[in-house]
Design a protein around this ligand. Structure first.
Ligand SMILES: [Zn+2]
Ligand SMILES: [Zn+2]
Length: 456
């Protein structure tokens, strides 16, 4: 069922991409042809004007010598204008033709390139099992980035199959490991994954990882132990380094130390900024608060925030630190629902600071993975109540299979893509584009917050 679902998801997204590419190509051709028509009309007008000037000159030539000389000059000038105009028109035509040819080539490149070329696209991935986890693939122009690779070792194939269509050169320029929980790093590892983990399946450029972890280097025999996953991650990371990858931790990035950068300029108008999290250099026993926090900027006014599994203490420090040192966090187009929509993240303080327009939650809705207590089942009612005043555009990747009777597949919105381009922001789910509040699952399991109820 999973394979078939993946196939369906992929073909749906490809179909949409192809349609969009065709529309773009058609528009570009029409625009180019229209430009050419306009230039032709202008040329004809110039020629008519020149002809008129020539006739006037001839008339003057017959009456007075001075006028004749003047007229001659005028004719020459007009003629030179005609030639100049013809030259300019030919040049414009050649440029126009080249433009059409370029547009044609550009828009008939493989569809996945068309989709993201010059754009910034975030893909929140389903992970091929019933376990909540994160893996966000980002395409910024031609630059490929993967933030986290959850939820289990076996998710490596699911992630690789999806991103293979986009990572055309086989290289992930940036990989970010937010924190050492298996639902974020397991699929980076080779252990237990046929075909290897993400770090060995792709060429890796720069790895940006958590600065601290509660995990120790104590070996363990339990393959499901999260410390074992951490040690497997370290092994996979070191293998990638042996093959040429470089590794920085988030604090080195924030401090611009040892070759690491706080701000990576991915294209001429897309930046990736590693934010400062208080727990990069302060101790906590909550692994989630060690999460690497990243903000993407598209131009000057569009911002996108990913905070991994950062919890309320981490969020409070984040808001305070940026208010005190950087003029505050900006309003964000997109926010990845903190800690899978848990009750302990996406605090009012953070939501008021960034007032997100779109929220994507990576989880299996209704999961009992963290105890069969409805207050702990993602996305939690507490999370929903805090985000509702800011936006109703909330999307969720998957659904927990225990309640398949209600939903015959494991998917909610599916693989969610948020694309920022000149045309604005588009959200697309491989399964559907339904807001969380409009789903059957939401009606059956959550209470509509007042802010959403008043929308009708
Ligand atoms: Zn997590
Ligand atoms: Zn976590």
């Amino acid at each position: 069922m999973n394979e078939e679902f993946e196939k369906r998801s992929k073909s749906a997204i490809k179909g949409w991409i192809t349609r969009r590419a065709k529309q773009k190509a058609k528009k570009a051709t029409e625009k180019a042809l229209k430009g050419w028509d306009t230039r032709r009309e202008n040329q004809a007008k110039e020629e008519a004007r020149a002809e008129k000037a020539s006739q006037t000159a001839k008339k003057g030539w017959e009456t007075r010598r001075e006028n004749q000389e003047k007229a001659n000059k005028k004719v020459k000038k007009s003629k030179s204008n005609v030639w100049l105009n013809i030259f300019v028109s030919i040049l414009a035509f050649v440029i126009g033709f080249a433009g059409v040819a370029f547009g044609f080539c550009h828009f008939t490149k493989p569809t996945n390139d068309v989709y993201v070329s010059g754009n910034l696209a975030f893909h929140f991935l389903e992970l091929g099992n019933e376990y909540t986890g994160d893996s966000t693939y980002i395409k910024a122009g031609d630059v490929d980035i993967l933030i986290d690779a959850g939820s289990r070792y076996g998710s490596a194939s699911t992630i690789a199959n999806y991103i293979d269509d986009y990572v055309t050169d086989g290289k992930l320029e940036y990989v970010i490991a937010t924190h050492a929980h298996q639902d974020h790093i397991a699929a980076f590892c080779d252990a237990g994954s046929n075909g290897g983990g993400i770090l060995s399946r792709f060429d890796i450029g720069t790895i940006i990882e958590f600065t601290q972890t509660t995990k120790t280097d104590e070996p363990t025999d339990d393959p499901d132990d999260i410390t074992a996953v951490y040690l497997n991650y370290v092994a996979a990371r070191d293998s990638a380094v042996a093959k040429g990858a470089v590794v920085y931790d988030a604090l080195e990035c924030y401090n611009n130390q040892n070759g690491a950068k706080r701000v990576y300029e991915l294209t001429d108008n897309i930046k990736m900024e590693i934010l400062y999290n208080y727990y990069y250099d302060h101790i906590t026993d909550d692994e989630n608060d060690y999460s690497v926090c990243v903000m993407f900027h598209h131009g000057d006014d569009k911002h996108f925030l990913m905070t991994g599994d950062l919890e309320e203490h981490g969020e409070e420090h984040l808001v305070e630190y940026y208010a005190a040192n950087h003029g505050g966090l900006p309003e964000c187009v997109l926010y990845k629902g903190g800690h899978h929509g848990s009750k302990t993240s996406s605090t009012t303080a953070l939501m008021e600071a960034i007032s997100p327009e779109i929220i994507c939650v990576c989880c299996c809705a209704g999961t009992t993975e963290f105890g069969a207590n409805v207050g702990n089942e993602f996305p939690t009612q507490a999370f929903i109540d805090r985000i509702a005043p800011h936006t109703h555009k909330v999307f969720v990747t998957s659904i927990y299979p225990d309640i398949q009777a209600l939903h015959p597949t494991w998917t909610m919105n599916g693989n969610i893509t948020v694309t920022s381009s000149k045309q604005g922001i588009e959200v697309h789910g491989s399964n559907n584009d339904t807001f969380l509040k409009d789903t059957d699952w939401f009606r059956a399991h959550r209470t509509m917050p007042a802010a959403w109820a008043s929308m009708g």
